[in-house]
Design a protein around this ligand. Structure first.
Ligand code: HEC
Length: 129
């Protein structure tokens, strides 16, 4: 019995550390908008800091929260994706005042194009579902 307990404890420890390893891998977090690596890199650079659940920026996270995106209804997801395309195309995001302080967070033309095309495609794919 003692042996079994030890075995169970070892097994448990193994599974636990394995799950921690998996969780720290690049598997998408539940609730978060799933994005291909190149899109995620753009969002992480220029958007995620304000638009996530833990952001101090209440207005920003109320408008858009990448961390809880996947919990939205289909209609809201489509709306949010279209809004993203809109603000990026219009050059409204990231906000100008923010860019004055952090000019390196500005989207390059190429990044803006790649991001807009992706969100538009995602919106269409959702509608087609
Ligand atoms: C410095 C913080 C900050 C960053 C960085 C930022 N935003 Fe925002 N965002 C805000 C705030 C604050 C609002 C709400 C007030 C407003 O609309 O200006 C907002 C609003 C929005 C809205 C809703 C606008 C509407 O009219 O419905 C969208 C969509 C959006 N942001 C997308 C983005 C995207 C995409 C990026 C990255 C390219 C980004 N934001 C980067 C702060 C930020």
């Amino acid at each position: 019995m003692k042996k079994f307990g030890l075995f169970a404890a070892t097994l448990f420890a193994f599974l636990f550390s394995a799950s921690v390893l998996v969780a720290s891998d690049k598997t998408p977090v539940k609730g978060e908008l799933t994005m291909p690596e190149n899109i995620k890199a753009i969002v992480d650079k220029s958007c995620f800091g304000c638009h996530n659940t833990d952001s101090q920026n209440e207005d920003a996270k109320e408008e858009l929260d990448f961390k809880t995106f996947d919990t939205l209804s289909k209609v809201k997801k489509v709306g949010a994706l279209r809004h993203i395309a809109e603000v990026v195309e219009e050059g409204e995001m990231p906000p100008k005042r923010f860019l004055e302080r952090f000019p390196d967070r500005k989207l390059t033309e190429e990044e803006a194009k790649v991001l807009t095309e992706w969100v538009k495609k995602e919106a269409e794919a959702l509608i087609a579902q």
